[in-house]
Design a binder for this molecule. Structure first.
Ligand SMILES: Nc1ncnc2c1ncn2[C@@H]1O[C@H](COP(=O)(O)OP(=O)(O)OP(=O)(O)O)[C@@H](O)[C@H]1O
Ligand SMILES: [Mg+2]
Length: 307
């Protein structure tokens, strides 16, 4: 098995109207990982996914998937891939079962009722299998899209904004489905606006902005490295300056919120000293909390830095 299952080298995408949507993207994705692409609207997430799925052509660079060059093996590579697209496009007058069976047929795979019924069961759609697609709710339609994407047993699954318009319960259900697929060895690449989604399920995350990958990191490493804890004190509105005793601890003042945030080391050993300094300096506070920096704040800082 190839270590870098999906390998992009200096990949650019220039659309017909000369707009450059991807700029020199270098990326390696490993077999069986859950990889999340995060970025603002128009960053190039869907473009990247569509290029990898063979829906549109890249303009420069090379893409190797499972040791095969995408430009030379499009058909074979496409048959290994399932895509849950961002937009919900479904035939209104087909039944769930026919529609999913049809998707499988498109890949030249023989009919396999057991596989499809199994999928429907996993996706909690088995009681709707004979419904017309127009008779489904939005969340159910998204599940049909997942079933279609999985109908031909792909080894790579792309999910473009799987949580858009999905309630929290279905989102959690979808995470379960994604975990189960990972267990089966499927490589999963998803885009999301919900940073907590990436925080919850991804093994690695990439930040993309203006067509450029600005960071790729193991999620846990990223949260450990940049997601340090903060000790946040809310003071009385009237506070003027930070007492000198507290100055030696790295901090940030937010006058609007009347807070002082102290950046803590991993073992949070400063907490008792800071509390003691508050007491000694007779500085009163309304409350204090320990806050963990989220992937979201790391992401927002990165995007700001890029601007
Ligand atoms: N067919 C096209 N022709 C020209 N430009 C395009 C085309 N498709 C997308 N773009 C442009 O490429 C950029 C990236 O679009 P893309 O759809 O990849 O963004 P995205 O990161 O998926 O955004 P969103 O979060 O809104 O889904 C945008 O500026 C968009 O207008
Ligand atoms: Mg998109």
């Amino acid at each position: 098995m190839f270590k870098n299952y999906i390998q992009l080298k200096q990949v650019s995408k220039i659309y017909k109207n000369k707009f450059t949507a991807l700029k020199n993207v270098d990326l390696n994705i490993q077999k069986g990982e859950i990889f999340a692409l995060l970025g603002p609207n128009g960053a190039g997430k869907s473009t990247l996914i569509n290029v990898l799925c063979g829906l549109t052509y890249h303009s420069k660079g090379s893409i190797i998937i499972n040791g095969m060059n995408l430009s030379e093996n499009r058909k074979k590579i496409k048959s290994m891939i399932g895509l849950v697209p961002q937009e919900l496009h479904l035939e209104a007058f087909e039944t769930v079962l026919d529609n999913i069976n049809y998707s499988r047929g498109l890949w030249g795979k023989h009919k396999d009722d057991n596989h499809i019924l199994d999928l429907l069961k996993k996706l909690n759609l088995d009681d709707k299998k004979n419904n017309l697609l127009m008779q489904l709710s939005g969340g159910m339609k998204r599940r049909v899209l997942i079933a279609k994407a999985l109908s031909h047993n792909p080894t790579i699954l792309f999910l473009d904004e799987p949580s858009a318009g999905v309630d929290i319960e279905l989102r959690k259900e979808m995470w379960e489905i994604i975990y189960a697929l990972k267990k089966e060895g499927v490589t999963i690449i998803l885009t999301t606006h919900y940073i907590e989604e990436a925080e919850e399920i991804a093994d690695r995350v990439a930040f993309i902005n203006n067509g450029k990958i600005i960071l790729v990191e193991d999620k846990k490493v990223l949260l450990n490295k940049l997601g340090n804890n903060k000790l946040v004190f809310t003071l009385r509105k009237s506070f003027q300056k930070v007492p000198s005793l507290l100055n030696k601890y790295p901090h940030r003042i937010n006058r609007k919120k009347s807070t002082i945030e102290f950046f803590l080391s991993k073992d949070k050993s400063e907490v008792s000293d800071i509390l003691l300094s508050f007491k000694k300096s007779k500085t009163q506070y309304l409350e204090f909390n320990i806050e963990k920096r989220s992937l979201e704040s790391i992401f927002v800082d990165y995007i700001k830095k890029e601007k």
